[in-house]
Design a protein around this ligand. Sequence first.
Ligand code: KG4
Ligand code: ZN
Length: 345
Amino acid sequence: MRVLGIESSCDETGVALFDTDNGLVAHRLYSQIEIHAEYGGVVPELASRDHIRKTLPLIQQVLDDASMSVDQLDGIAYTQGPGLIGALLVGSAIGRSMAWALNIPAVAVHHMEGHLLAPMLEENPPEFPFVALLVSGGHTLLVDVKGVGRYTILGESVDDAVGEAFDKTAKLLGLSYPGGPALAKLAESGKQGRFKFPRPMTNRPGLNFSFSGLKTFALNTIQDHSKESRAPYNLDLQTQADIAYAFQEAAVDTLLIKSCRAMAETKYQRLIVAGGVGANESLRQNLNLKAKKLDFEVYYPRAEFCTDNGAMIAYAGSLRLAAGHTEPPIIKGMPRWRLEDLDAI
Ligand code: KG4
Ligand code: ZN
């Protein structure tokens, strides 16, 4: 079965073709970073308009890459949520209408299920059950995964997502959007031990997270060391890097503590990490060390499939289509959608 996948939930247009016999055939991504950079964050209306411009040409390119024509498709999968409503409606409208016109089934995919299943696109994919640490710009989740669609949320952020905390702290440090990768880069030249950030909610039981305090701690530290009392702050480069280091160290450490706690509680042997922050090298290195020590396996998608992409949507959609799941001919976006509300296959 050849499935076209369309991702348009935020600031990236992703399109891919997944073949259930031959695996991932083609994938392309168009990032809107340049459009949003001058505003310091995603502007929803600009995002929707750009998805409108980019989705159809990207679909054509993916079909060309695969040397296929549109009538060779067997199904279409598109992200229906969660995400920005305008952006979601673009992918949903295009995906659902194409399927209608071609008289093939369509399936709506949950963006976080896409992230969660992305490690399955790699060699040596994990077997069920596993714990998933999903860390993106909008979500921080620890999920008990017993199978496709069999999800129980073990913990989640009560305020900011970890990616959001990276982005907001990066902005305070004067880094350009998207801040996560820029902060990680700056942290490489930071000194260990100069600043010590808290590890929120780690000294009490439970698997929930809170990251907004880390951003506030960063703001206070920046103000204490800035020559200006308000933004734009004025820090010397080394202080900037040391704050980035301490922030990243605390965020990573917090994710590590809670992930290990989830592994101990479930007694599972496998942890998967996905979502944009899953591309963070410090998180990967530290988790790998911990996993070795505690004797469990960690699985990641390749870095480009940690952040948003069409491949994960085409893949998740292919599993659901193969199981007979289809979407009625209704164009719909779901800005909020709980992972636990998905049907099992
Ligand atoms: O999964 P994703 O591409 O989009 C959402 O579904 O939100 O995640 C984007 C988030 C952003 O907050 C971005 O700053 C963060 O992932 N991110 C990183 C890194 N790469 C992306 N954060 C820390 N280190 C990175 N290397
Ligand atoms: Zn995402």
